[in-house]
Design a protein around this ligand. Structure first.
Ligand SMILES: [Fe+2]
Length: 199
């Protein structure tokens, strides 16, 4: 397909929205949901990327753990996009618009060991969950039905985050990646701890 400069957007005010909301409120909720849609689409693509790139002794358990997470997060993205449409605006699901609008960088790790990837995924989930919780706060006075959708998603995301973190936890209950603020630092910390456990 030839390159076009036209950028798809969920901006603007809908001509109609959900009964009980003003069109302004509908637009505000839809904008908030577009950011969550971007995060969820980014997350299920990143989880597949890890599914394909994980190597080493824990390959099969992590490879197989991730596919149900991909499926569940794809469902969350679908429900979020359909809520935007229900609010009267156009959900944007194209990759270029996602990259242009998102406030975070691409996942930075290619082929790596399972524990290293899980160290980096710990930070990915932390970011998505923090932003989901901020969106839950923001919908408190705006739209409780959207808030309910986001709360259900957050509960599931937090459980998946635990699945990831359980691999990084010591028997004393400490995370081996504690204090790491970048995916590369978390990968290195998780890798060092994994090597120590094997020794
Ligand atoms: Fe696969």
């Amino acid at each position: 397909m030839a390159k076009e400069s036209k950028k798809l957007t969920s901006e603007g005010t809908p001509s109609y929205t959900i009964p009980g909301l003003t069109t302004e409120q509908g637009a505000q909720v839809a904008r908030l949901l577009q950011d969550r849609l971007n995060a969820l689409t980014d997350l299920h693509l990143t989880l597949k990327h890890v599914h394909w790139n994980v190597v080493g002794p824990h390959f099969i358990s992590v490879h197989e753990m991730l596919d149900p997470q991909v499926d569940a997060v794809r469902e969350m993205a679908d429900a979020t996009a359909e809520r935007i449409a229900t609010l009267g605006l156009s959900p944007v699901g194209t990759p270029g618009a996602l990259v242009a609008d998102r406030g975070w960088d691409d996942y930075s790790i290619g082929r790596a060991g399972a524990i290293e990837h899980l160290g980096a995924l710990d930070l990915v989930y932390t970011g998505v969950i923090q932003d989901h919780r901020a969106a839950i706060e923001a919908t408190d006075d705006l739209d409780l039905v959207t808030q309910d959708l986001l709360i259900g998603q957050a509960g599931q995301l937090e459980q998946f985050h635990w699945f990831v973190r359980a691999h990084l936890e010591t028997s004393g209950g400490q995370l081996t990646t504690a204090g790491a603020t970048t995916e590369v630092a978390a990968k290195a910390a998780a890798g060092r701890a994994g090597a120590k456990r094997k020794a």
